[in-house]
Write a protein that binds this ligand. Structure first.
Ligand code: 5RP
Length: 218
């Protein structure tokens, strides 16, 4: 089974968590794109969706799914999103698509976070994939110098702006042995808006597509 088929399979499996009348938080990325395709088939059962990016917003609207604002929905029952890396402890590394801030906001505001990945994303320890940091543009170099002090190698994602008008630093070579502590530490650096470690608010359910089906971790 190729990676695209696995992404589609695991995205479809997330439909099992939908209950009638729900407002669903919808993440960003190629795996979630398959979820949006599948969501179209059950759209009459849901009240609407909250989008984690402008790109997801557009795709949901194209499928005729009502897009609501988090400011008016209150907390959500369900959030479905992908990840760049995931562990069996349900810690995630996210932000390859640059939507990490809105994704983290929606994850925090959701009672159940179902993360959908294929088995290439499952790791024993986070950090092989460069860790994205969303930073205020004028703080980019200052934050980069702080990152070097803690052993990381920051790389500016040039010619890229987040939906919030900020920059992204992709940080290589960080040892993420304690994801929750590093998440907190990075948040203390002035100019960092969000980092891509999702450990303080991890997934509640991790669905992993493999050659033989979909494994579930809780
Ligand atoms: C976007 C993300 C995505 O969830 C992550 O990049 C995975 O994307 P894909 O499903 O395309 O592999 O965090 O900011």
């Amino acid at each position: 089974m190729d990676q695209e088929t696995k992404k589609h399979t695991v995205a479809k499996a997330a439909l099992n968590f939908i209950e009638d009348g729900m407002i669903i938080g919808v993440g960003t990325g190629t795996t979630v794109d398959f979820f949006i395709e599948e969501l179209e088939n059950v759209k009459s059962r849901i009240e609407g969706a909250v989008a984690s990016s402008e790109s997801t917003n557009k795709k949901l609207k194209q499928k005729g799914i009502p897009v609501l604002e988090l400011n008016s929905t209150g907390d959500l029952e369900l959030y479905v999103d992908g990840a760049d890396e995931a562990t069996k402890h349900l810690h995630l590394l996210k932000g390859g698509g640059g939507a990490l801030t809105r994704e983290k906001i929606i994850a925090q505001a959701s009672r159940r976070f179902v993360c959908v990945v294929d088995d290439t994303k499952l790791v024993d320890r986070l950090g092989r994939f460069p860790l994205p940091l969303e930073v205020i543009p004028m703080a980019r170099s200052a934050v980069a110098r702080e990152i070097v002090k803690i052993g990381g190698t920051p790389e500016w994602r040039s010619n890229y702006q987040t939906d919030n008008g900020n920059a992204i630093l992709d940080v290589h070579h960080l040892q993420i042995s304690d994801p929750s502590s590093l998440e907190t530490l990075l948040n203390q650096i002035p100019g960092v808006v969000t980092n891509g470690i999702f450990a303080k608010r991890p997934a509640d359910v991790l669905l992993v597509a493999t050659e033989s089906g979909v494994d579930s971790y809780t």
